[in-house]
Design a protein around this ligand. Structure first.
Ligand code: CMP
Length: 259
């Protein structure tokens, strides 16, 4: 019997784009560092089956910044799904990020895996929160997945990362989220953005993963926040039909922020 290929997912996060292509954030042109990541992605064979864009996609909340994202991502021709982060303007992004290959879907199945994307943005706050309605939505989606393996993505980190300032901006009601996760053994991976660094921690049968931004990096376990002089990156995940998986972070040669 021919084995079914795993699904290859690329997570791209915290792109912090502006309307202007050369506008810099902390010394980096965020459009150009994203382009370096996308150039690397285009070399990967076979190409990823889908892209997960896990929030803080704009830094200035303009329609033009989201149009820029579309014009950078669309040439890859890879279906791309997104969630908002604390820097995003949700009505503006929802209006613009709905053209193929971008999709506003938040729940779908591919390669026997169930994908669930959660909006964790709390208005006026850099930290996150899942509303009672969102927690209920998550629970009801999980009830419908049977024993298919599940990957959940949200912008805010639900586990502390030992970084005082970032942990003050984590998912504030992580306990309510984790109580739901604990009830569904089919959940394999919880994926976040927001932290601008690589993170991996096991909690029960679930692996919690955080991923470098496509622009600036933060030094892990730093108090207060310190910029890390390592290149931007992204994450690849290979999800096999039997629920096993593996992942790696790749970093790309790109302009680094000034010292
Ligand atoms: N992907 C999602 N992330 C977070 N909350 C969601 C998501 N999808 C649906 N919900 C919540 O579930 C609610 C269902 O009713 P509403 O559409 O009024 O509002 C919805 C949100 O509050």
């Amino acid at each position: 019997m021919t084995p079914v290929s795993p699904v290859l997912v690329a997570q791209i996060t915290d792109t912090h784009l502006f309307a202007e292509i050369d506008r810099e954030w902390k010394g980096l042109s965020t459009a150009r560092t994203l382009q370096a990541v996308l150039d690397r992605l285009q070399q990967i064979q076979p190409p990823p089956d889908l892209l997960l864009l896990t929030g803080d996609l704009s830094q200035d909340e303009t329609p033009e910044s989201y149009q820029r994202l579309v014009s950078l991502i669309a040439p890859l021709g890879i279906p791309a799904y997104w969630i908002p982060g604390n820097h995003d303007n949700i009505p503006v992004m929802a209006e613009i990020l709905n053209q193929s290959p971008l999709s506003p879907e938040k729940s779908w199945m591919l390669g026997n895996w169930q994908f669930l994307l959660l909006s964790s943005v709390e208005a006026g706050c850099d930290g996150g929160r899942l509303s009672p309605e969102s927690l209920h939505w998550l629970d009801s989606q999980l009830q419908q997945t049977g024993d298919r393996p599940v990957i959940i993505a949200l912008h805010h980190h639900p586990l502390p990362i030992d970084s005082e300032i970032m942990d003050g901006m984590m998912l504030h009601n992580a306990d309510e989220f984790l109580a739901i996760v604990d009830r569904y053994p089919q959940i394999k991976i919880v994926l976040c953005g927001h932290i601008h660094q690589e993170f991996q921690q096991q909690r029960g049968s679930v692996t919690y993963l955080g991923t470098p931004s496509t622009c600036i990096q933060l030094l892990p376990k730093s108090h207060p926040i310190i910029l890390d002089q390592i290149p931007p990156g992204f994450r690849l995940l290979e999800l096999a039909i039997d629920g096993t998986w593996n992942t790696r972070v790749e970093r790309v040669a790109a302009q680094l922020p000034p010292d």
